[in-house]
Design a protein around this ligand. Structure first.
Ligand SMILES: Cc1cc2nc3c(=O)[nH]c(=O)nc-3n(C[C@H](O)[C@H](O)[C@H](O)COP(=O)(O)OP(=O)(O)OC[C@H]3O[C@@H](n4cnc5c(N)ncnc54)[C@H](O)[C@@H]3O)c2cc1C
Length: 422
């Protein structure tokens, strides 16, 4: 039921979580104001995967045509041993996933996905009020003199008042700090190399051409490190995420440039095809310290609530951080979209009730994968590989649970029902 009285929501942060939220709320008839600290909206140059739990939400927001234009569909998820590339397990994705979970497993360039969401928020022909988006709007204060009208105050003194304030401002959330919540940030001791390697370099080398023969994603498992790669833009790039013990000075910097030599060196002794692949990353690589948040159910205080990495930042070892933020957005929109102003505090409490435990379980499972992925060779590794072969999931989280996602009140979103393209 649409609310009889529409109201306004300020969303701090214009990342994938913030924009999915703005779009979902807009479609419920709410006025949305997005405040982004950066002078321009955008995303880092890297790939991203949406498993069916997130694809279902994006398709339910009416984005099928736009996503079909930017997605790449992997046919399998392949798991390999570090030293010889032997296949540990191979899980079919593609049509099987669409049939089983009523939504696809897709890969994208982050900038493409971000652009699709932004365009939909700003589309004058779209459902509900067009979102208002402000860049160079770093929120440094929240004025809660009237607790039912939280005001986000930007660094340059602008005031944005609304009926609800959502902190979707990422792992180092200012909104979280301004709410006075405990510091739950933890450093994992690891870092990720990220690289987008041009597909033509991969295709030109007989040692790596197999990566383009059949679209798939791969996880290589080795002692104290792993490596993930998949194609985006139909093979224009190979997206690489390489997780290794940290060498960044995290007190000084969280991120920095990386060289292909560094990457190759980090995987010395691995299957020759790994070096052949990573040596092509010159000019395309960076490194990032890996932080997470401890599980924390406190996401809300009155008319102010948190969403995405701000409340459940997780290690990327289930490829679920943004996907969980999208689940947050869908549930938040169901709750806020069904109430008038008087019901806001209750709606936010129900949002946290439906999401905190679920996201917390994904956070914990992502953390468990840190050890599970990085076992030294031996009996435990052999047992892990047996589990990977026989279990439809990782560690103790099944893909059936993860990919079905948080139950929605309105599962009858015909737009994502299989078969696709009708
Ligand atoms: C290597 C790696 C691979 C990953 N792969 C996947 C994957 O395949 N699938 C997946 O689902 N997830 C993946 N993730 C996780 C995913 O990237 C994050 O969980 C997701 O981007 C979080 O979205 P968010 O909107 O919550 O936060 P962010 O993307 O961090 O966005 C927060 C926004 O808020 C802005 N902001 C911050 N402070 C302020 C302020 N004070 N005022 C105004 N604006 C502010 C920031 O500039 C930013 O634009 C991966 C992460 C890593 C590191």
């Amino acid at each position: 039921m649409p609310p009889s009285q529409s109201y306004a929501v300020t969303i701090v942060g214009g990342g994938l979580g913030g924009l999915t939220t703005a779009l979902a709320l807009r479609q419920r008839g709410l006025r949305t104001i997005v405040l982004e600290q950066a002078p321009e909206l955008g995303e880092v140059g890297a790939g991203i995967q949406t498993a069916p739990n997130a694809s279902r939400i994006l398709l339910g927001l009416g984005l099928r045509r736009q996503l079909e234009a930017i997605h790449t569909e992997p046919q399998d998820q392949v798991r390999r041993r570090w030293h010889d590339g032997a296949i540990i397990a191979q899980l079919p994705l593609g049509e099987r996933v669409k049939r089983k979970y009523n939504a696809p497993y897709w890969h994208y360039h982050r900038a493409d996905l971000h652009r699709v969401l932004l365009d939909a928020c700003l589309d004058g022909e779209g459902v509900g009020p067009v979102s208002e988006v402000h860049t160079s709007a770093k929120v440094t204060e929240i004025d809660r003199t009237d607790p039912t009208r939280p005001v986000a105050v930007s660094e340059d003194g602008r005031r944005f008042d609304a009926d609800v304030l959502i902190g979707a401002d990422g792992v180092r959330s200012a909104v979280r700090d301004l709410m006075g919540l405990p510091d739950t940030l933890e450093f994992s001791g690891e870092m990720a190399y990220r690289a987008l390697i041009p597909g033509d370099k991969i295709a030109a080398d007989p040692a790596t051409r197999f990566l383009l023969d059949r679209l798939h994603s791969t996880i290589w498992y080795g002692p104290d490190r792993h490596l993930v790669h998949y194609c985006i833009r139909g093979g224009e790039y190979l997206n690489v995420v390489a997780i290794v013990p940290n060498t960044l000075d995290v007190e000084q910097t969280w991120t920095g440039p990386a060289t292909a030599d560094e990457l190759v060196e980090a995987y010395s002794g691995w299957d020759d095809r790994v070096a052949a692949m990573l040596s092509k990353a010159e000019g395309d690589a960076s490194k990032w310290a890996m932080f997470r948040r401890r599980r924390d159910p406190v996401w809300v205080d009155g008319h102010v609530a948190l969403l995405g990495d701000a409340c459940h930042a997780m290690l990327p070892y289930q490829a679920q951080g943004a996907s969980q933020a999208m689940e947050d957005a869908a549930v938040l929109a169901e709750e806020l979209g069904g109430v008038t102003r008087d019901g806001i505090a209750g709606a936010l409490t129900r949002y946290v009730g439906r999401r905190a435990k679920h996201a917390g379980m994904v956070q914990d499972a992502s953390l468990r994968n840190k050890d599970f992925y990085h076992l030294p060779d031996g009996p435990e590794q052999e047992e892990r590989d047996r589990v990977l072969r026989e279990f439809n999931g990782e560690s103790d989280v099944s893909y059936d649970w993860l990919w079905n996602g948080t139950p929605l009140n309105d599962p009858d979103l015909e737009s994502f029902h299989y078969p696709f393209g009708r």
